[in-house]
Design a protein around this ligand. Sequence first.
Ligand SMILES: *Cc1c(COP(=O)(O)O)cnc(C)c1O
Length: 447
Amino acid sequence: MKLYSTNLKAEEVSFEAALITGLAPDKGLYMPKELPVFSEDELMALKDEPYPEIAFQILKRILVGEIDEESLKKITYDAYNYDVPLEEIDGNTYIMRLDRGPTASFKDFAARMMARLMQYYLSKENKKLTILTATSGDTGSAVAHAFYGLDNIKVIVLFPETEVSDRQRKQMTTLNKNISAIAIDGKFDDCQAMVKEAFADEELKHLNLSSANSINIGRLVPQTLYYFYSYLKLRNLPEEIIFSIPSGNFGNMMGCLLAKNMGLPVKKILTSVNENDEVPIFLNTGKYEKIEPSRNSLSNAMNVGHPSNLARLIAIYGGVMDENGTIHKMPDMDKLRNDIVSISVTDEETKATVKDFYENKNILIEPHGAVGIKGLLDYRKNTGDDTLAVTLETAHPAKFPAEVSSIIGIDPEPPQSLKEIESKEEKMDFLDTDYENFKEYLKEKLA
Ligand SMILES: *Cc1c(COP(=O)(O)O)cnc(C)c1O
């Protein structure tokens, strides 16, 4: 497996190298040059297998030559030891609940796999590294949990102090050991910018920094797997399917697009956003403008004004976008618009969807999942397309108790993993958005 950088100015690397470095040296994002394409027979042979086996069989082909099969199988079964429920809404609409991992968000799928792959490569070479990650809430906790207690890896998580929920924060600040959390007096985009600057800083090279954000290819590859899984449980080749994905940094939707390019018959990818509508505007007009600062919407894990995976999306369609969001070569917009639909959902619509599902269908969802559902309902209304669709619930409703209870008046019962952290002691550091302060902090902390 060879990977290239979306800025096209860095050398091609192996999966291991891309996984360990995160960002390419030219500040581009790594993308696989080629992916395996699964035949109808190959996919259908997996139909009755459980999640970890489907995951292993797909990964085995993607990572051919990068890891021995026995280790990969062990890692995959160890990472995916929880349920992936598909809940029927009506005959042709399902909710895939990706919230049964240890931190109750879909980010567990990527983080757990990536941590185990990194550990595999590092321990083989007896190396150590530090993961720096910026989070709008759920990445940080999923990454912290995924790496918790590993010998070769330290984790430093930056989060916007006032933009994460109490539970999200506690998931990052109550672990300790090899995990440090920093509350930043700023927004998610500030956290992301500080992390990116640290990666590019020659003076910090000796610290062996790596990323675990959705910019890491190791996050993207595992996010292809649940699309295969849900398709196989609900459809038979060559029937088509629609996925509706509530999106922020567009890593989740990139997983779907890669799955499509590996032979999964995905008719449309609906990638709905909250009031941060830079991508729907780009698809409509062909003009891209970041939203700075990003807007504070109810679905706070999707408050992203410049999605980091956009450069990858554009690369797949033959364009080039640099790390600042400037497009140097336009992608094939007709093809892009044919495959992908992006709708902006307001907070009012999000609330109305949570309420409607709870009161009229007895189905509990949280604001992120509601954005995906509303996107699907609008798409169906606008097009009349009633192809079977799977809409993703990306977090457990109990991760957003204040938001959910303000809409429907009930406090969702937390899963066991979330209950345990309530009484634990929190430890964190505080910093402003000044990069030089952050740099000093890193030098001291990692000395
Ligand atoms: C991160 C996150 C998203 C957005 O996923 P992206 O891959 O960044 O588009 C959606 N919902 C929840 C709950 C999240 O934590």
